[in-house]
Design a binder for this molecule. Structure first.
Ligand code: BGC
Length: 874
């Protein structure tokens, strides 16, 4: 790959983007859309090699070779997830591997992009390339060499914790977007890692569950996006935690060697997910090149080679793959200059994706966009209106340096004459637990937090003392003192670097469910969280954890991290409680023990209803919290949000809901609200984008990349043996009937179908013409904007199964799409190229065309098909 010039990416600067490959063209002329499989794209041309990799390999000792095959602790961590020390004497550089996929996760500030699900909702591979380019440049600027993104596992389970990190339920869409993103990342010189190969579709038991999935389903549903990423030139692949058909993904010969290398001709390297390696010789022989983040197994490779298994040539092959990529990216022999971060360009792309991926789910009698009269008396309700929910949790969590709240942006954009009032409705924050409920002693512990000691993420781990650390904090061991409350915020914060514990009891005044939380800032970064709350011997909250711990994605109004649990307390019963906090040097340590009492919960609801009753129009912001490591236990909105929406909608019929969720949620109140705008986790510019859409300064144009079910029981994975599985095995028994394929095949009415998304304008479809072209189809039609404002339509092409399918096939499958911008009254001829692969199914080791009479449907969603034409496929 050519060395990318250090350059800024501006909104107009999309020209460089997209080569031959993928989906959609939005052109001022007739639209020609290439096949969106991405699978047919060429492998990125290898850059002329500068280094003789084989000669380099011959100069390496066995130990040096092995050191390139497993991670290590970084003595100078930049907050990356993984590190390799390199072989400096031979000009092989150290490597830093940072998480994505919604921005570069590092210690230094980075652009918090909208979650990949929002990108998927744009159906725009060119935007995916620009999204990737932001991370590519920032990763390089922040000292990284490899990005642990994109993630392209298909959304199979509607409540899976990481749905927000990926590209939805359709393999063709995911393939188009992942290919674009890989090109964007790598075009800036950062190596992309496509993850997690394969069938890593939910979090429950993720480290060991055995995904039992037939070969045809793998090929048609779960592998196409990986194939597209490989064809787009991805330098690295990450093997998943889980087993696939009885074999750990990280030692699965079929996937890592058979499919990836022998069939797809992948020339990069495969690393394991973090702690997902289970052996040395079997894993490396199967095709795993690198164990991350440490060398629990692979560190023993030198000794293993010496005793004969594996052969040194196996190690050489793995090392050669790593070196070849380092060479390809210009990293060998002195490296290359790093660009500076372009924060403004990152912010522009973040905003553009947030706007383009917003999905208008419902808009009865055009309540949106808001008019002047609405703004003159607008009620805004919900915690995420005031505290922005920019991104999902886990390793994808990128904390924005700054993120304006939707409420702030609304007030700013609405300007003079607007009256925008807010009530939380759902109180996530509460108040400091009063002294009357506490009996506490506090101790200031000796010592300062120890400087960086790597944990599994490569970041520093909290520790207690450090000989020779700053003297000021080691000067005394405090005796326990009586403490009335734990409420050290703002001016009352504790000294930077200090370390404290509070122990005693908590006694509730009335019996009920309390949301008990530890809120904080300034804790020393640690994997477990350096500000913690333990109740009755159970740790229920940890704030300040590197990957978020169990803290909410929604900060308090004062910007504190908020972590805790809902606990049942009995009036008058004293429960043991411990709070511990260890501060980082340089920032005051803030700690608050807070609760939301049953009374406060009711009061917050009453306040919201009163505000809604008195206003002309109401916006309710609702959220869920998607995070790695845990699936949602229910598809319902959490934290009692449904009753609040119900009560507000009953109080004011002019109610619109704004969703910040990473995936489908149930909407028992659907019929009682006029509008629903899905903003996903919209990144650092999400507040501004949300306000622009609500006020009509921008027009929603996103489409759902996932089906929203009416009931959890309707999902294809509702049977327990499919999800979460039984006895450690999840049967992918639905086969290829994933997402909308299932709903269509079983005639189940979804809440909102795949591909659905309204606009502030209207589009008409006419004049479908289908012809055979290059092994596939060429599908042309006209789209007209019949409304009064400019808008963007994602026109979708679905291909029906033959009347007598050779294998069970879904009634329709997405075969192509085009994103078309149209002025009011404008008509455009659009051509979508359907790749031959879209006509085929996988059978006995090859793609076979499903011939016969097949109908091509064109429309605005998978259930809003406007044009139809039969073709004979041979
Ligand atoms: C996740 C990966 C991530 C890695 C490093 C793992 O737990 O599954 O997606 O890249 O951690 O943080």
């Amino acid at each position: 790959m050519a060395e990318a010039p250090a350059r800024s990416i501006t909104r107009r600067d999309a020209a460089r983007l997209l080569g031959a490959a993928v989906a959609v063209a939005v052109a001022p002329k007739p639209v020609a859309a290439a096949a969106p499989s991405g699978a047919r794209a060429e492998i990125a041309p290898p850059r002329a090699r500068r280094t003789d990799v084989d000669a380099l390999l011959r100069r390496m000792t066995l130990e040096e070779k092995v050191s390139l095959l497993h991670g290590a602790s970084d003595p100078r961590s930049k907050g990356e997830a993984g590190y390799l020390p390199g072989v400096p004497r031979l000009g092989i550089p150290e490597l830093r591997l940072a998480d994505g996929p919604a921005g570069v996760r590092a210690t230094a500030a980075a652009t918090a992009l909208p979650a990949p699900v929002a990108l998927a909702a744009t159906f725009d591979a060119r935007l995916a390339e620009r999204y990737g380019a932001v991370m590519g440049r920032e990763g390089r600027a922040l000292g990284m060499d490899v990005l642990l993104a994109p993630m392209c596992n298909i959304v199979r389970v509607p409540q899976a914790g990481r749905n927000f990190e990926t590209f939805g339920e359709d393999p063709l869409l995911a393939a188009a977007l992942v290919a674009g993103e890989v090109r964007g990342i790598q075009g800036q010189g950062l190596i992309a890692t496509v993850k997690h190969l394969a069938a890593n579709n939910f979090e429950h038991d993720r480290r060991s569950v055995d995904a039992r999935v037939d070969e045809r389903t793998l090929r048609e549903i779960y592998l196409p996006a990986f194939e597209a990423a490989v064809r787009a030139g991805a330098g690295a692949v990450m093997a998943a935690y889980n087993h696939v058909n009885g074999v750990y993904a990280a030692e699965n010969r079929h996937l890592l060697t058979g499919v990836l290398r022998e069939e797809w001709r992948f020339t990069g390297w495969v690393m394991s997910d973090w702690h997902a390696t289970h052996s040395a010789a079997p894993a490396i022989t199967a095709g795993l090149d690198m164990e991350m983040p440490f060398g629990a197994h692979f560190a023993g490779l030198a000794a293993a080679v010496t005793s004969g298994r594996p052969a040194e040539s196996v190690v050489d092959t793995a090392v050669r793959r790593v070196l070849a990529q380092l060479d390809r990216f210009g990293l060998l022999g002195g490296g290359r200059p790093r660009p500076s971060r372009d924060a403004a360009a990152g912010a522009r792309t973040a905003r553009e994706v947030a706007l383009a991926g917003a999905v208008l789910l419902r808009n009865e009698r055009d309540l949106l966009p808001l008019r002047r009269a609405d703004l003159a008396d607008l009620a805004v309700i919900g915690p995420t209106a005031a505290s922005p929910l920019a991104g999902g949790g886990g390793s994808a969590r990128v904390l924005p340096v700054e993120a304006e709240s939707p409420l702030g942006a609304l007030r700013r954009q609405a300007g003079r004459g607007a009256r925008v009032r807010w009530a939380t409705g759902v109180d996530l924050e509460g108040v400091a637990v009063p002294a009357s409920a506490l009996s506490l002693r506090r101790t200031r512990k000796d010592g300062m937090p120890r400087a960086a000691e790597a944990d599994h993420t490569g970041g520093p781990r909290a520790a207690t003392d450090q000989p020779g650390g700053p003297r000021a904090a080691t000067d005394h061991l405090g005796k326990p003192q009586v403490a009335a409350q734990v409420d050290h915020t703002g001016a009352n914060a504790l000294p930077a670097g200090s370390s404290w514990t509070w122990t005693g009891t908590l006694t509730a005044p009335e019996t009920g469910d309390y949301d008990l939380g530890i809120q904080g800032a300034g804790g020393v970064p640690s994997f477990d969280g350096s500000i913690s709350l333990t109740l009755d011997g159970v740790r229920i909250g940890s704030a300040g954890a590197l990957m978020g711990g169990n803290s909410s994605l929604v900060a308090t109004s004062g910007g504190l991290t908020n972590a805790g649990a809902t606990v049942r307390l009995k009036a008058g019963r004293a429960v043991p409680i411990t709070i511990a906090a260890t501060g980082a040097a340089g920032t005051p340590l803030q700690v608050r023990l807070a609760w939301v009492t049953p009374g406060r919960r009711q009061e917050a609801l009453r306040e919201a209803v009163a505000l809604a009753e008195g206003a002309r129009t109401v916006l309710v912001f609702a959220f869920n919290e998607g995070t790695e490591g845990a699936d949602r236990t229910s598809l319902a909105l959490p934290n009692g949000q449904d009753p609040v929406i119900e009560a507000v909608a009953a109080a004011n019929p002019r109610t619109a809901v704004v969703l910040n969720t990473g995936d489908p949620v149930l909407m028992p109140w659907l019929e009682r609200v006029r509008s629903i705008l899905q903003m996903w986790y919209p990144g650092q510019e999400g507040g501004d984008a949300t306000a622009a859409l609500l006020l009509g300064r921008a027009c929603p144009a996103g489409k759902l990349p996932v089906t929203f079910p009416r009931r959890a029981a309707d999902a294809p994975t509702a049977p327990a043996e499919r999800y979460p599985g039984k006895g450690g095995t999840a049967l992918y028994g639905e086969g290829v009937f994933v997402g909308y394929r299932h709903y269509d095949a079983h005639d189940v009415e979804p809440l909102f179908p795949f591909g659905h998304g309204l606009s502030y304008t209207r589009f008409r479809y006419d004049d479908l013409a289908v012809s055979h072209a290059g092994g596939g189809l060429s599908v042309s039609f006209t789209v007209a904007n019949t409304g009064r404002r400019e808008g963007v339509e994602v026109a979708q092409v679905y291909l029906a199964a033959p009347a007598a399918p050779p294998v069970p096939m879904p009634p329709r499958a997405l075969a192509g799409f085009a994103r078309v911008r149209l002025a009011p009254g404008e008509r455009r001829r659009v051509t979508v190229a359907v790749d031959g692969r879209a006509l085929a199914y996988w059978s006995d080791g090859r793609w076979v065309t499903a011939g016969g009479r097949r109908t091509v449907h064109v429309g605005s969603s998978s259930r809003d098909l406007r044009l139809h034409q039969e073709v004979t496929v041979r």
